[in-house]
Design a protein around this ligand. Structure first.
Ligand code: SF4
Length: 448
């Protein structure tokens, strides 16, 4: 059952972001063949260097064909001709005649089609020999490269704490011949910063070689400035708007917006400036709606942090939690330290600042050990002042998922909020078990 309400229709920014995600294939074709740009495959939010080099980063699922609702196509044209304000008004007007309730299901359709595609990519990865021991995320990413890896000019690989992920990167060599590596040291000791700065410099040289463009400090700083603004808006949604007693939409829609942000933040829908405009408008639209009293009183609904979800999770969880009277929040990129800003002031060395940012994320956010990682979960849960945590344990994950027992102990001792875990293998599997477990959990997290 869809829980999406007609309130989404006036969220022009969300619909536009969804359109930009789904229409990636056409956009990227234009960039590659008409603009002669190079496409760089990125996973996780590591697209800055590609943008600075004048290449086009792409989270590979966006090269797939998606069915795009014709209203989204029309909406995209309308915003170019009429601008944001008028389009929003126009949509509100058209909505009155939407007897078939087509608008009500647009965002629902978008997210469902992304989820179906994720499962297709998972199946493709498995059919093409990716080890069954890997987690959902890795199987899906491998499938994405089997499907469309031939379209990209290179893969950008940022080696992180997970050895399975680093093995997956290795396995991509046979699908995409050109690989660009940035090894991030897991500890900030000795000359780690120097080494990482050198690794980034080498990656930039590779990008220069591929694109034929020189990457100047100005190009890097320009991209970091855009990224910093995006991160500021993202944090505003996570910390300020999510903490309001009155939401600009129903909390299930709010959770869907957070999940769309989480997925699209990885490559900024391949256009950083456009993404910045969308997220800036999103925050503006959210605030306006709250000010006008359009949305929902959520003051009695507990706020639950569901994490980690970047490797895959069961989207029905948030609908179920909503039916149980809770709000679901996602904040993976913040927990992993990837929403930190990169200093761009005069006199800074952008390559070194980027190295510092990555090293900080690797050592303080993602963490090279479970103690650091569990501290990150705990720190952000406290900062967000959530009422509970649901930890998503991925089948096949031997890195992040196994920190749950340690996290549970810390949360019980230091935060004193209820925490539980759910097991995820593939979208659509295990839904009933998840509901049973969360039903019991929600008995403890009583509405406030
Ligand atoms: S979910 Fe676990 S196994 Fe999969 S990439 Fe993340 S840390 Fe590695």
């Amino acid at each position: 059952m869809s829980v999406f309400t007609d309130d989404v229709i006036n969220f022009t920014s969300v619909l536009k972001m969804a359109y930009n995600f789904l229409s990636g294939r056409e956009y990227l074709k234009k960039q590659k063949f008409r603009e002669r740009k190079k496409l760089i495959s990125v996973v996780l939010p590591f697209s800055d260097l590609s943008f600075a080099a004048g290449a086009v980063p792409v989270f590979p699922i966006r090269m797939e064909s998606f069915n795009i609702n014709q209203y989204l196509v029309a909406l995209n044209s309308a915003t170019s001709i009429l601008g944001w304000g008028l389009t929003t008004k126009l949509l509100g007007f058209i909505k009155q005649f939407d007897a078939l309730k087509i608008f009500d299901t647009i965002l629902d359709e978008v997210l469902k089609s992304i989820n179906v595609k994720y499962n297709e990519m998972y199946d493709l990865g498995v059919e093409n020999g990716i080890s069954s021991d890997f987690c959902y995320g890795i199987k899906g990413l491998y499938g994405m490269h089997v499907s469309k890896g031939k379209n990209v000019d290179a893969n950008m690989n940022f080696a992180i704490r997970c050895s399975a992920f680093n093995k997956y990167y290795e396995s991509l060599r046979k699908l995409v011949p050109r690989q660009i590596w940035v090894d991030i040291p897991s500890r900030n000791i000795g000359n780690a910063l120097e080494l990482l700065t050198e690794n980034i410099t080498n990656a930039i040289s590779d990008l220069e070689d591929i694109t034929g463009n020189h990457v100047a400090d100005n190009s890097l700083n320009k991209q970091f400035r855009i990224g910093n603004q995006v991160k500021r808006y993202y944090k505003t949604i996570i910390y300020e708007i999510s903490a309001e007693d009155f939401y600009p939409c129903n909390p299930a829609t709010f959770a869907e917006i957070l999940s769309l942000l989480g997925i699209s933040f990885q490559d900024y829908n391949s256009n950083a400036q456009r993404y910045l405009e969308n997220i800036a408008n999103l925050v503006k639209e959210m605030r306006e709606r709250i000010r006008k009293g359009i949305g929902m009183d959520v003051s009695k609904m507990p706020r639950i942090l569901l994490t980690p979800v970047f490797g895959g999770w069961e989207p029905e969880t948030q609908e179920f939690l909503y039916e149980q009277g809770a709000r679901t929040l996602y904040a993976d990129w913040e927990i992993l330290g990837l929403l930190e800003e990169i200093p761009v002031s005069k006199g800074t060395n952008p390559v070194e600042e980027y190295a510092r940012y990555l090293l900080n994320a690797a050592t303080e956010g993602i963490g090279c050990d479970n103690n650091t990682l569990t501290d990150s979960y705990q720190r952000i849960a406290k900062k967000m002042n959530v009422d509970g945590i649901i930890f998503n344990q991925l089948f096949g994950c031997h890195s992040i998922s196994n920190c749950y027992p340690m996290l549970r102990e810390k949360v019980r001792k230091k935060l004193d909020i209820p925490i539980t875990s759910i097991i995820f293998n593939k979208i659509g599997e295990n839904v009933e078990q998840i509901k049973t477990r969360l039903g019991a959990y929600m008995e403890i997290v009583k509405p406030t």
